[in-house]
Design a protein around this ligand. Structure first.
Ligand code: NGO
Length: 530
């Protein structure tokens, strides 16, 4: 009897302890919240508006990411976030469909009933102690909100090895949308070839800063980098080398489609460029008939510009261009086809103008809008043609006077192949030395007199690869200037000042480190180490 009572007491005790443990685990709301100020977080690009509520939300092993049932694209944004966070946090976040707002402790992504003023790419992010709600009109808007969430978490959340929590996010309300519809970078894969994996990594890095366009410079004097089934020697011969005489390379059509898809999943368009009528030696070396004298040129591995040209009055030239534009356009869902048009120094202007006019028609016939370097404004621009300003104010103004919108890429400010200063071991300096402050502290709407916000499609930072041979070198030139370009393209001008920005940028040092980026640690920036 006594024994029986003792036993009962023992079991009762166990039950009490068990219940107590259960209660404390299942009611995180009773846990003391850590006070955090969202205004002290360092989001780049700076959001349009932020309001602090001075507490925190904790992502835990109980958390998941819920999405309105029925939208596959929204679901893939949730899956993207889970895939980014699970390796470091080990929280096993799952993307789950739902028909209503989830319980406390979760992240909720919704594209129903968002504020219409947010437009196509904006988002509202509400972070409360109980959970995170991200709403947008489109999956793209959700994707940009997700980048903000990633930046609000500790930098080590960006690593792909297991890290210690806690995973706290400051509470508050963010309303955000971009200033420009086109926010991009250009990568020259012709002078030095970059692999599919390299391009994907660059896509991932620009996605973190809410950029939405990657322009690939796929052909130049030194190399043709995209398989064209109807003209196979372009890659077989024209893709076989690069600057300095290395092996070169090219993307098969399957690989190109893979890049396009990878970019698309990150709400980034690929803008293919076939540069013409100049910068065409790789094609001229591959097909004799494209030359006026009918003789193929030698492959070229130097870095001079402006010596090559298609034969602009031969029929075959336009048949060739039609095939190339058709094959590439068929694989490219984005709206643009870039026709280059720069530095055609050996094409007489009386040939250049009809050439650009004809090529615009070819591109339009394949359902794409033309983008071209500012020289193309010497021709008669079609309604849907866009001019990319890189050097010549007169050309660009001429384009605007013809009604074209401008993609802003001033070489003196955002050519990422320009050296930071005279000690930079990579890059060129023909346009300028561009320190981090100079790349940030300029304003697209006042940079070229007479070209205002209404004339500007967006901002793009090119990197040319005469001296850039691999990803380490590329990342050193791109970072830390790229986040500044992204901010110019996204944030309202009244929210931008170098003195304030440099502190936020400095706080991205640990994030760059977590991502394995070997960046240029400019002395102008107060870098944080953690
Ligand atoms: C120029 C030139 C490119 C060079 C680059 C180097 C344009 C549009 N065309 O920019 O061929 O690679 O400068 O900075």
């Amino acid at each position: 009897m006594i024994l029986f009572n003792k036993q009962r007491l023992f079991y009762t005790l166990i039950l009490v302890v068990f219940t107590a443990v259960q209660i404390s685990c299942s009611t995180p709301a009773t846990k003391e919240k850590v006070a955090m100020d969202i205004m002290k977080e360092n989001i780049i690009p700076q959001p349009v508006s932020m309001e602090a509520t001075n507490s925190s939300f904790e992502l835990t092993a109980e958390s998941d990411i819920y999405v309105d049932a029925g939208s596959e694209a929204a679901m893939s944004v949730a899956q993207y976030l889970a895939d980014k966070l699970n390796p470091s946090t080990g929280l096993g976040l799952e993307a789950k469909p739902t028909n209503e707002a989830p319980d406390a402790g979760n992240i909720y992504l919704t594209i129903s009933g968002a504020d219409t003023q947010l437009g196509e790419e904006g988002y509202n992010l509400t972070i409360a102690e109980e959970g995170i709600t991200l709403s947008a009109n489109t999956p793209a808007g959700l994707f940009y909100g997700v980048q903000t969430i990633r930046q609000l978490l500790p930098a080590k959340a960006a690593m792909n090895t297991a890290q210690e929590g806690p995973w706290l996010v400051a509470t508050g309300i963010i309303k955000d949308q971009p200033a420009y519809e086109y926010r991009g970078v250009m990568l020259d894969v012709s002078r030095h070839f970059f692999s599919v994996e390299d391009v994907k990594r660059y896509i991932d890095l620009i996605a973190l800063y809410k950029m939405n366009a990657m322009h690939l410079h796929l052909s130049d004097d030194q190399g043709w980098r995209i398989e064209i089934k109807s003209w196979p020697n372009l890659t077989a011969h024209g893709g076989s080398t690069q600057v300095g005489g290395g092996e070169g390379g090219f993307y098969t059509q399957e690989q190109y489609k893979d890049i396009v898809k990878y970019a698309q999943e990150r709400h980034i368009i690929i803008v293919p460029e076939i540069d013409m009528p100049g910068h065409t030696n790789a094609a001229l070396a591959s097909y004799a008939e494209l030359n006026c004298d009918g003789k193929a040129t030698e492959l070229y591995t130097g870095t001079e510009v402006g010596f090559s040209t298609f034969c602009t009055d031969k029929e075959i030239t336009y048949k060739f261009i039609d095939d190339v534009v058709r094959e590439i356009s068929e694989m490219t869902p984005g709206p643009y086809f870039h026709i280059g048009g720069d530095e055609s120094h050996v094409t007489p202007m009386e040939d250049y103008i009809p050439f650009v006019n004809k090529v615009q028609e070819i591109v339009a016939a394949h359902g794409k809008k033309v983008l071209g370097w500012d020289e193309i404004a010497n021709a008669s621009l079609q309604d849907d043609t866009f001019v990319q300003f890189w050097a010549d104010v007169e050309n660009t103004t001429n384009g605007v006077n013809q009604g074209a919108k401008v993609l802003m890429s001033p070489a003196k400010k955002i050519y990422l192949d320009m050296q930071y200063d005279s000690t930079t071991h990579l890059g060129l300096h023909w346009a300028a030395y561009i320190e981090v402050d100079s790349a940030y502290a300029w304003e697209p709407t006042t940079y070229v007199p007479g070209i205002g916000k209404e004339n500007i499609l967006g901002i793009e930072a090119p990197i040319w690869s005469e001296t850039i041979t691999n990803m380490d070198e590329l990342e050193f030139m791109v970072f830390p200037r790229l986040p500044g370009v992204a901010e110019i393209a996204w944030s309202p001008v009244e929210k931008r000042s170098w003195d304030e920005y440099k502190v936020r940028l400095g706080a991205h040092g640990p994030l760059f480190k977590a991502l394995g980026i070997d960046y240029y640690a400019s002395k102008l920036v107060p870098w944080k180490t953690e």
